[in-house]
Design a protein around this ligand. Structure first.
Ligand code: SF4
Length: 247
């Protein structure tokens, strides 16, 4: 009897390159990166320590409430401009209780020069109302609670928790931290939340608060958005940023 022919094995279907890339991306693989090596991170932190050993927040404030308000006002605005506006604002409305009863139009008029003043005023008065009604007039010390306050997204919450309470809840990711973390290859991400996750994985937690302050100073002084001053940058030898600016 003739031997029955074994059924032919179906050839294994190879994923198409485009489909494979899409699948990797869905799984997070395309954006995954090797962590920067520890020696490199250490060199970056040491250079920042030498440059800015006592860096701190440039927004003037006397308590967590004032820092929260100043941080809301600092969106798309310089800290100097915010510092010019807040003395009058806090003299007129000195507490969350007073601000909760404020007329939004009056607050908007006081903060007009910081830009986006209608939204900022609405958020500040809304934040005051929330803090008075839900948190007994005290700025909460927990990230989850702070995120329920109008105008307080993760960046603002990290500023308040880190600077006012010394709680390392995360890394403040502003425009300077975004640009410099990318230039120094501490992240390949573009979205602030993802950049923050990369930095939280890479940096020791006890450095989270100081790192943001130092990098913000570094971004203003040396590693500027346009024409960074690479000739006087202590990180020049380890920086591979494509937009380095050397003579
Ligand atoms: S070398 Fe230039 S681009 Fe690189 S970190 Fe220094 S200032 Fe920034």
């Amino acid at each position: 009897m003739a031997k029955a022919r074994a059924p032919r094995k179906a050839a294994k279907k190879q994923p198409q390159p485009k489909k494979a890339a899409a699948a990797r991306k869905r799984a997070g693989g395309a954006n995954r990166r090797a962590a920067p090596d520890a020696a490199r991170v250490d060199a970056i932190l040491k250079a920042l320590d030498r440059l800015y050993p006592t860096a701190t927040c440039a927004l003037h404030h006397r308590n967590a409430w004032e820092l929260l308000v100043a941080t809301i006002l600092s969106a798309q605005c310089t800290d100097e401009r915010v510092n010019m506006v807040t003395p009058r604002l806090f003299a007129r409305f000195p507490s969350p209780e007073a601000m909760a009863k404020a007329d939004v139009a009056e607050v908007a008029e006081i903060v007009r020069s910081t830009g986006f003043f209608n939204n900022k005023a609405k958020n500040i008065v809304g934040a005051a109302k929330k803090i008075v009604s839900d948190f007994g007039g005290e700025v909460p010390r927990e990230m989850e609670k702070l995120l329920t306050v109008p105008g307080a997204a993760r960046k603002t919450a990290n500023v308040v928790l880190g600077t006012a309470f010394g709680i390392p809840s995360g890394v403040v990711v502003d425009t300077h931290v975004t640009r410099i973390a990318q230039r120094l290859e501490l992240t390949r991400q573009k979205a602030p939340e993802k950049i923050e996750q990369d930095l939280m994985r890479t940096l020791p937690q006890e450095r989270w608060i100081l790192f943001s302050h130092q990098v913000i100073h570094f971004g203003r002084d040396i590693c500027k958005a346009r024409k960074p001053e690479c000739g006087r940058c202590p990180l020049e030898s380890i920086c591979r940023a494509p937009d380095k600016n050397l003579p």
